[in-house]
Design a protein around this ligand. Structure first.
Ligand code: NAG
Length: 228
């Protein structure tokens, strides 16, 4: 037996004993953190338990035993084209694919009818890459100092930096199909028209806050489901 090992049991060497206890404490802490790291709580992914409410750090994990491949698979089929904008939008975000929980990525598909538009909007939580598969668009984003917009054709992509106000206009013949990727499992969506005209904020207040004419605001409120 080594000298230091023996010293553990020699109470007349208090300093050495203390050193050994500290070393043992260090190794047992290391061991317990290793066993924690290999437990399911700290696994490589955390598939969302969508039955639980979402928290600022995502959904709680569902038990590993309940995870299946379908938690990671989704079909981005075309959505129904809706008025008044004439586009359909299919999301593949965490509420649609529980496996995205905590991964910081998601996707979507947009189908825009001829003359349709995805109107001015922002994604507060995510950068976006939009890839045009079919048709022609005029798309871009607007900053306080510049407009970055261009005509895009199949195979082209455009980047919309996080939070920037952007739009996609179908300027070609026939339908546009585009796919989007986001740098968040929950990109968020704020439609400018919805914020301004889809609620009951009184029209005179909207007029004072935007400098738009009241009759125009009333018309837009009727179109986008607002009142007041
Ligand atoms: C996990 O699966 C079990 C057995 O099918 C089920 O009883 C339980 O509710 C599931 N839990 C979650 C969080 O999905």
């Amino acid at each position: 037996m080594s000298q230091s090992h023996i010293s553990l049991y020699q109470t007349h060497h208090p300093r050495r004993t203390m050193k050994m206890i500290l070393i043992i404490l260090f190794f047992s802490a290391l061991l317990s953190s290793t066993s924690l790291a290999s437990s399911p709580v700290f696994s490589d992914f955390c598939v969302a338990d969508l039955a639980c409410p979402i928290t600022p750090s995502g959904y709680p994990c569902k038990p590993t035993a309940n995870v299946t491949v379908n938690d990671f698979v989704f079909s981005l089929l075309p959505a129904t084209i809706l008025s008044p904008y004439s586009f359909g939008f299919t999301t593949a975000i965490v509420k649609d694919i529980p496996g995205l929980n905590g991964l910081g990525i998601s996707a979507a598909r947009a189908d825009i009818a001829e003359n349709g538009v995805i109107p001015m909007h922002t994604h507060p939580n995510a950068n976006e890459i939009l890839i045009i598969l079919e048709g022609q668009v005029f798309a871009g984003f607007i900053t306080p100092t510049a407009v970055y917009a261009k005509t895009l054709k199949p195979g082209d992509l455009i980047v919309f930096p996080q939070g920037q106000l952007h739009f996609i206009l179908n300027t070609g013949k026939g339908r546009v199909t585009a796919f989007a990727a986001y740098s968040s499992q929950n990109p968020g969506l704020q439609l400018l028209n919805g914020l301004l005209f889809a609620n009951n904020l009184p029209s005179p207040i909207v007029a004072s806050a935007t400098f738009l004419d009241i009759p125009q605001i009333i018309k837009l409120k009727a179109r986008f489901g607002g009142s007041g």
